[in-house]
Design a protein around this ligand. Structure first.
Ligand code: ATP
Ligand code: F6P
Ligand code: MG
Length: 500
């Protein structure tokens, strides 16, 4: 991974108020450069925004992490609300911004790049924006490209990232040297959990050198596994695209004797894509995710469920997240742990393994004729342009990032919390991972829609409840469910909230 450089640990700016109110605030350039000058926000002279009532965000506006509270309960954690501030800490002509994309692909990357470039230009008249090519290592080993509204005009219609991306190669010292040498003072970093950890290290080194450089993260993950935020951009696009694979699996399965359609979807540690694609489709008879261990043989096992569904219906569809059942596969295939360049463990192919296991069981042991079709649309669901709703979401994330950097905030990730755009300290999005909570109602809905076994004994359920009660992701899961709950379905304001 090559994480080098200063390690002072994250600064935690915690502000406490009455009734258990806690603000987990983000750093500001004036925390370590107290005499930094500020200027009136040029947006106030921008004709497009002149009709907006109270355009600037009130300095005291914060957003609660947990919206369901009890009368006597503490008000809990809050995050600073995103949006334009009355005073900025950069003069437009002095801004030299850069953008980098790291980690795996995700629909919407190009939209975020486009909207950072266009937002900086159209809202703040900033025209010096550099694209860093090929991820973190691009800071010191690759070319850079100047980016203008004209050069990025059409990129949101394409999948991937026009800047290229990579894993590994994070060298904090070399990256910050490059930032300093090039005179860059706003760094926009788009990427997943690993990228945000890298961004945090960059911020700490920038601060150690007393540089007036804003370091801003825009969270990206197809797996939707980033903590605190409601959901990540591109996730809805991926779930939508997954429907095509599931439909194909259903058609194939339905056209054969004892047809089984097996679809593998992304989800290294978190099964959100598989869960939402299953719930959306209604053709799926079993969904397997990393958070819910399963077993094959015996009462309550997968084979029993498959046989039952084939007898009842003549065909079935299984959706499996790539991270599911890794312990089972590791037990049957002897293979060394292999990591990618960022240190992420490479997974064994659960789809191929499961296909073989099902075929062996039914043809050899049960003497049944089955027809199994395995569909692996892994990269097809992420290498596509984002759908319209994700495009709007990407735009708001980019604008939040710009407003925050211009206002002098730094060391933060932008994120949607309970439908409001916020600034979240890096450490909060890197210290835990968002996971499907199998004791929550959403997973119960899935079990009831597929009618699959839970694969859990009463003892397992008790254990799972204990773990989730102590886990921060529990908070996030409640919120995620609220975000998608029918009660809010007609209230679209939480989907595309204005920054005010
Ligand atoms: N702990 C860390 N400290 C510094 N840099 C890191 C750390 N973990 C990962 N990185 C760097 O962040 C970049 C992206 O990391 P990674 O490949 O894990 O993808 P990611 O951002 O987690 O995205 P995703 O997993 O969604 O594809 C890599 O260049 C990697 O070197
Ligand atoms: O093959 P790559 O590009 O390393 O990406 C695969 C991984 O990236 C992810 O999509 C996360 O971005 C995981 O779901 C998957 O395991
Ligand atoms: Mg990651």
């Amino acid at each position: 991974m090559g994480e080098t450089g200063s390690v002072r640990g994250p600064i935690r700016k915690i502000v406490e108020g009455p009734a258990g109110y806690v603000l987990e605030d983000v750093p500001h350039l004036t925390d370590y450069i107290p005499d930094l000058p500020n200027f009136p926000n040029p947006l106030q002279d921008n004709p497009a925004y002149s009709a907006v009532k109270q355009y600037f965000v009130n300095q005291d506006d914060t957003v609660p992490q947990k919206v369901v509270v009890h009368k006597a309960g503490p008000r809990g954690t809050h995050f600073r609300r995103a949006g334009p501030r009355q005073w900025v800490y950069f003069e437009s002509d002095d801004v030299h911004a850069c953008i980098v994309t790291c980690g795996g692909l995700c629909p919407g990357l190009n939209t975020v790049i486009r909207e950072i470039v266009c937002g900086l230009s159209h809202m703040y008249s900033v025209n010096k924006v550099l694209g860093i090519q090929g991820g973190y290592k691009g800071f010191y080993a690759r070319n850079t490209i100047p980016m203008t509204p004209k050069s990025v005009n059409d990129i949101h219609k394409r999948g991937g990232t026009v800047l290229g991306t990579s894993r590994g190669g994070h060298d904090t010292i070399k990256i910050v040297d490059s930032i300093e040498d090039r005179g860059i003072n706003q760094v926009y970093i788009i990427g997943g959990d690993g990228t945000q950890k890298g961004a945090s290290a960059i911020f700490e080194e920038v601060q150690r050198r007393d540089l007036a450089v804003a370091v801003v993260g825009i969270p990206k993950t197809i797996d939707n596994d980033i903590a605190v935020i409601d959901k990540s951009f591109g996730f809805d696009t991926a779930v939508e695209e997954a429907q095509r694979a599931i439909n194909a699996a259903h058609v194939e399965a339905g056209s054969a004797e004892n047809g089984i359609g097996l679809v593998k979807l992304m989800g290294r540690y978190s099964g959100f894509i598989a869960m939402y694609a299953t719930l959306a489709s209604r053709d799926v008879d079993c969904c397997l995710i990393p958070e819910s261990p399963f077993y094959l043989e015996g009462s309550g096992g997968l084979f029993e469920h498959v046989e039952k569904r084939l007898k009842e219906n003549g065909h079935m569809v299984i959706v499996v997240a790539e991270g599911a059942g890794q312990d089972l596969i590791a037990g049957s295939i002897k293979e060394k742990d292999i990591e990618d360049a960022s240190g992420n463990k490479l997974l064994l192919d659960v789809g191929l393994w499961l296909s073989q296991k099902i075929k062996d069981h039914f043809t050899t042991k049960r003497n049944m004729v089955i027809t199994l079709k395995y569909i692996d649309p892994t990269y097809m669901i992420r290498a596509i342009p984002s759908i319209a709703s994700d495009n709007v979401y990407c735009t708001l994330l980019a604008h939040s990032a710009i407003h925050g950097a211009m206002a002098g905030y730094t060391g933060f990730t932008v994120g949607l919390v309970n439908g409001r755009h916020t600034y979240i300290p890096f450490y909060r999005v890197t210290e835990s991972r968002n996971k499907v909570v199998i004791t929550d109602r959403m997973w119960a809905r899935l079990l009831s829609s597929t009618n699959q076994p839970s694969f859990l004994s009463p003892k397992d359920i008790e254990e799972a409840k204990k773990i989730t009660n102590n886990s921060p992701s529990n908070i996030n899961e409640d919120k995620y469910e609220d975000f998608h709950s029918p009660g809010r379905a007609n209230d679209t304001t939480h989907l595309y909230p204005a920054l005010l």
